[in-house]
Unconditional design. Structure first.
Length: 337
């Protein structure tokens, strides 16, 4: 069990944010953990695309990181989100401009393990403190002083290859997930909302406890950012001891068998709206059909528009919404009519 102390100052600074580069890092960890446990279920179908991309030879440094990953990932790869919806460019800038001293200490911990790694994450066990294979070390050290630039460039290429066309849909799902849990906070209080985020989380004696095979605690009062993920199948802690970067990563559950479900990504409300646009409909028609206010329907339709899942067409004084080809493909792939 890992215990995250929650003094008043930490609770006061608790916030949600999405993290494009953090999700890239989550995908890398998912691929690394999947390679270590081949029989484990895949959290996201897109993880397979990341694994295939890493085999192309276009990502030598990231491939080495995945090959060498054991329990600890350099904090450089999970920069703190500066806002609720940061752009991938501003987070990659943080990667490319990492300070030399921070870079050296993080990759010493990653490559050499031992006491250097334990200082970064105190609850790691002896079996998780070993150094990486010499081939992994050679590929990472070959980058020399260009390592931050090379990591940023490969992350950007991976983003463009696998993530860019999905991100609008992902963020729509993240926003609905956050809105749903914010409503729990409003109705039942923060304690209940934090416990409801995931089955591994519980509130005990002024602390958030994470069910884990590890034993440790996150003390102090530095702020922690809550970050949703689709790629990581478990609750994770990124840079837990760093005042400017500590993040609690919370997974959105996906169905492990059968056709992929779109509800965890889009959210139930947007999924129902999308399904009901089997013919062009107005905001007023959709509001009456789903017992929602027109303002609520307009909000969700705006997110579906951003994701290129619906289009709109004006007919006189009315605006009618219809599904796009992308929406038809998504619904067909999810086994929906």
């Amino acid at each position: 069990m890992i215990r995250v102390e929650m003094p008043a100052e930490r609770l006061a600074g608790l916030r949600w944010a999405t993290s494009p580069v953090g999700e890239l890092a989550a995908a890398l960890v998912a691929v690394a953990e999947g390679a270590a446990r081949p029989s484990a279920p895949v959290q996201s179908p897109a993880s397979a695309e990341v694994r295939v991309a890493l085999r192309t030879g276009c990502f030598p440094t990231l491939s080495a990181v995945v090959q060498g990953y054991v329990a600890y990932l350099p904090e450089l790869l999970t920069p703190s989100p500066p806002s609720f919806l940061p752009s991938v460019e501003e987070q990659l800038h943080a990667v490319a401009t990492a300070r030399t001293e921070a870079l050296r200490s993080q990759f010493t911990a990653f490559l050499a393990g031992g006491a250097a790694r334990r200082r970064r994450c105190s609850w790691l066990r002896e079996g998780e403190l070993g150094g990486v294979d010499e081939r992994v070390r050679a590929r990472i050290e070959a980058a020399g002083t260009d390592l931050p630039d090379r990591l940023a460039a490969e992350l950007h290429l991976l983003w463009s290859t696998v993530f860019a066309t999905r991100w609008a849909v992902f963020t729509a799902g993240f926003e609905e997930f956050i809105e749903r849990h914010s409503a729990v906070t409003a109705r039942e209080g923060l304690r209940s909302a934090l416990s409801a985020l995931h089955s591994a989380l519980s509130w005990q004696n002024s602390a958030l406890e994470i069910a884990s095979e590890h034993r440790g605690s996150v003390t102090g009062s530095h702020h922690i950012t809550l970050v949703p993920t689709l790629y990581l199948g478990r609750v994770g802690l990124h840079a837990p001891q760093r005042p400017d970067a500590a993040q609690l990563v919370v997974p959105l559950s996906l169905t492990r068998t059968g056709p992929p479900r779109m509800e965890p990504v889009l959210g139930d409300t947007r999924m129902r709206l999308l399904q009901s646009i089997d013919r062009p409909r107005t905001t007023t028609e959709l509001a009456a059909l789903h017992h929602l206010t027109p303002a609520t329907v307009s909000f969700h339709l705006s997110r579906l528009l951003d994701a290129d899942l619906v289009g709109r067409q004006r007919e006189g004084r009315q605006v009618r919404y219809h599904r796009t080809a992308r929406a038809h493909n998504l619904l067909r792939g999810a086994g929906r009519p």
